[in-house]
Design a protein around this ligand. Structure first.
Ligand code: BDR
Ligand code: CA
Length: 319
């Protein structure tokens, strides 16, 4: 039977960022996805820089999709950025094509609302930065919750943080946004450090990507080269490939271990602000509010990433 695959309509929301960029390469090659919008949020770098990066990535991937600029600061806190990981541009490393589409005149939450209002089906939001835009959408348009199939986010960590002992970067940037999302009642899948620090891509893995020798694969390998400089200095033997987990866990859930827990976000702690706390033993007696992705088959993850990069054979990039 020649049955057409149902495509999952998605919005990509992130702060590119090397691992956001690799996540979007993966999303762009997925036959299962219909990407309806790209939205940006301040985080890895300032809003202006990550938005410019998002538009350059869209040009690289030839995505005929509107990019909308999000909030330039978290809901309540001052912005934290991560130039140590991502460089002064937020996406240091290989040259990229210049943007080839106008920036949308809508803000990211307005764009998300418009896409949800116009959609005939429920949409999935893939959030790979702070959850600021998603929270702003939920606060301004609570009636649109029912149009959200799921939010798949990279954020948090049930056992540890990476920016403070307790907090992972995306949640620490905007804990109130993460809190708003987690308590919204929207279906939430969270790829925290529990899984993303196991999603290690080793130098020999991205040499396989480079060896594909197409223009996008070469750029992905150079993103790994840059991102790994700082990650290696922290003692890792491979690149912690965080954001692609939020995409891959939708495409290939069978290679992940996903557990349901009640999770909360610490807002007030002196040391633990931004920590995500799971009620492992059900002591609070509350219903699970989060599908927590905690482990993966690393080799299959790498193979799928390589297969995605291989799809750019014959691609032309105008630099
Ligand atoms: C997260 O922080 C950012 O630097 C990465 O892009 C990723 O989204 C990992 O903690
Ligand atoms: Ca990110």
């Amino acid at each position: 039977m020649n049955e057409k695959i149902r495509k999952r309509p998605v919005i990509l929301d992130g702060d590119p960022g090397h691992d956001d960029a690799i996540a979007w390469v993966l999303a762009a090659t997925a036959d299962e996805f219909d990407i309806r919008a790209i939205t940006t949020v301040a985080g890895n770098q300032t809003l202006e820089k990550v938005t410019y990066n998002a538009r350059r990535i869209a040009a690289l991937l030839k995505l005929d999709i509107e990019v909308a600029r999000g909030r330039n600061r978290p809901l309540c806190s001052d912005l934290i950025i991560a130039p140590n990981f991502h460089g002064e541009t937020g996406l240091d490393g290989p040259a990229l094509p210049e943007p080839d589409h106008e920036l949308s005149s809508l803000s990211a939450p307005e764009m998300m609302a418009k896409v949800l209002q116009e959609s005939e089906e429920k949409m999935t939001i893939i959030s790979t930065g702070a959850q600021t835009n998603v929270a702003a959408l939920l606060l301004s348009h609570p009636e649109l919750k029912e149009m959200i199939e799921m939010v798949s986010t990279m954020g948090g960590g049930l056992r540890n943080g990476n920016w403070t002992s307790g907090a992972e970067f995306n949640i620490l940037v905007d804990p109130e946004a993460a809190y708003t999302l987690i308590h919204s009642g929207v279906k939430l899948q969270m790829c925290g450090l529990d899984v993303t620090e196991k999603a290690l891509v080793y130098p020999e893995d991205w040499e396989r990507i480079r060896a594909l020798n197409n223009p996008v694969a070469r750029i992905v390998a150079e993103w790994f080269d840059f991102f790994f400089i700082h990650v290696k200095s922290l003692g890792w033997s491979g690149a912690t490939t965080h954001d692609p987990c939020a995409v891959m866990s939708l495409l290939h859930p069978e290679i992940f271990d996903i557990r349901d827990y009640y999770v909360d976000v610490e807002l007030n702690g002196k040391y633990m602000r931004g920590a995500t706390i799971a009620d492992y033993n059900g002591i609070l007696g509350k219903e699970a509010n989060c599908h927590c992705v905690v482990d993966l088959d690393r080799e299959k993850f790498v193979d799928y990433l390589i297969q995605a990069c291989a799809k750019f054979e014959g691609w032309e990039v105008n630099l």
